[in-house]
Design a protein around this ligand. Sequence first.
Ligand code: COA
Length: 454
Amino acid sequence: MTTNRFCEITHELQHLSKLSEQCARIDPALYAKYDVKRGLRDINGKGVLVGLTEISDVCSTKMIDGKLRPADGELYYRGYNVKDIIDGTSENSHFGFEECTYLLLFGKLPARTELTEFTKMLSEYRTLPTSFVRDIIMKAPSKDMMNTLARSVLTLYSYDDLADDISLPNVLRQCLQLISLFPLLSVYGYQAYKHYHDGASLFIHPPKAEYSTAENILHILRPDSQFTPLEAKLLDTALILHMEHGGGNNSTFTTHLVSSSGTDTYSVIAASLGSLKGPKHGGANIKVVRMFEDMKENLSDWSDEEEISRYLRALLHKEAFDHAGLIYGMGHAVYSLSDPRARIFRSFVEKLSAEKGYEKEFALYDAVSRLAPKIIADERQIYKGVSPNVDFYSGFAYSMLGLPVELYTPIFAIARIAGWSAHRLEEVAINGKIMRPAYKNIGEHKEYIPMEKR
Ligand SMILES: CC(C)(COP(=O)(O)OP(=O)(O)OC[C@H]1O[C@@H](n2cnc3c(N)ncnc32)[C@H](O)[C@@H]1OP(=O)(O)O)[C@@H](O)C(=O)NCCC(=O)NCCS
């Protein structure tokens, strides 16, 4: 029971919510009758085509013997395979987030001098308006960092003299500033929350101009600012893997949808953050870690595959964990056989777990990754196959890096703001039509009843 009387669910509210529920029942058969693409997907799970983009390509099928068949997933940023990009950063031992941001925004891989100039520009923009931390971030800190982040983004509007100017150079400037500021807004929001809610010591480290985005996150997060090169590299790889995923994912589609109304950058990005926060989208990484915590508490033997399977079935039957009926970290709207981001993460997580002594946890993750797809396929109608997604391993990787759970989804946002920015610029540049799909009314038209006759 909540102690805040404004949060209380009174009998009156329960009665009214029953009324809402009764008038919100739509016979599922009608969706087929009117050929409604539920979730904007066709019966095979393929998304309805609503736009064209050159920013990235999410591939889940291959043409084999003249037929399109499910294949291991591949992800391309501006035509370059993300796996090759990550291999390239390892070979040249440079950080890749800034390089990929340049690639996504400007369509080409930067030459060394271009990257140096661009990185310098990002670090110059990494400065919050005077007193923003004191006046905005420290005030009424939220327990959810995505909420904090969205509030901060909306508030930045008031500090921008050209907030409503949607000319391309101005939108680019706003996007670059947000890309630079997201680590500060997220981590300082977390520090404020830890201080005011948990009584932890408050420290606000200013960012360092010579640090990459990944290094700065670790520097401003940790009280002693210490981190190893391997930790920074891993976080950089995680950022690259989360930066962009086509125009159709829920938060990027939100970027296009809200941009198409002609509104300002802060409104668009706050809306995209709201979408990413959802547990079926970016919020899944927290759910995965919490689901595994619950699993570990409830299993008597982590290596007993029958016991694991029973727990997974209980999840699908809404009898375990959050009773949502989902196995978090599994499945994807586009990928079928595999999510390339999960494949890359898996190899890092395997190495890191061996180094840090988490082999038993890794074995449990491995067992779930093999068992869950079969169990979901038994229990649900699956058209294209289910496999571990990017969120399956990311939370585990972050926990081994000692990152707090509250920052898992904001780290996704710190990366994805680059993709949202590229899509916002694309939408603004093509000056597309305002998006306006249709909803068919299936209710009746009725005669108005005067008050005294109801
Ligand atoms: C990501 C997700 C929303 C995609 O859903 P989708 O596009 O409907 O995927 P599919 O078409 O393959 O799903 C077919 C059916 O299997 C179900 N399904 C898919 N993944 C599932 C999962 N992990 N747990 C339980 N059921 C799942 C779907 O709900 C759907 O059933 P429905 O038609 O009764 O709604 C879904 O897989 C999911 O909720 N996963 C868990 C949350 C998660 O990890 N999200 C992060 C995504 S990167």
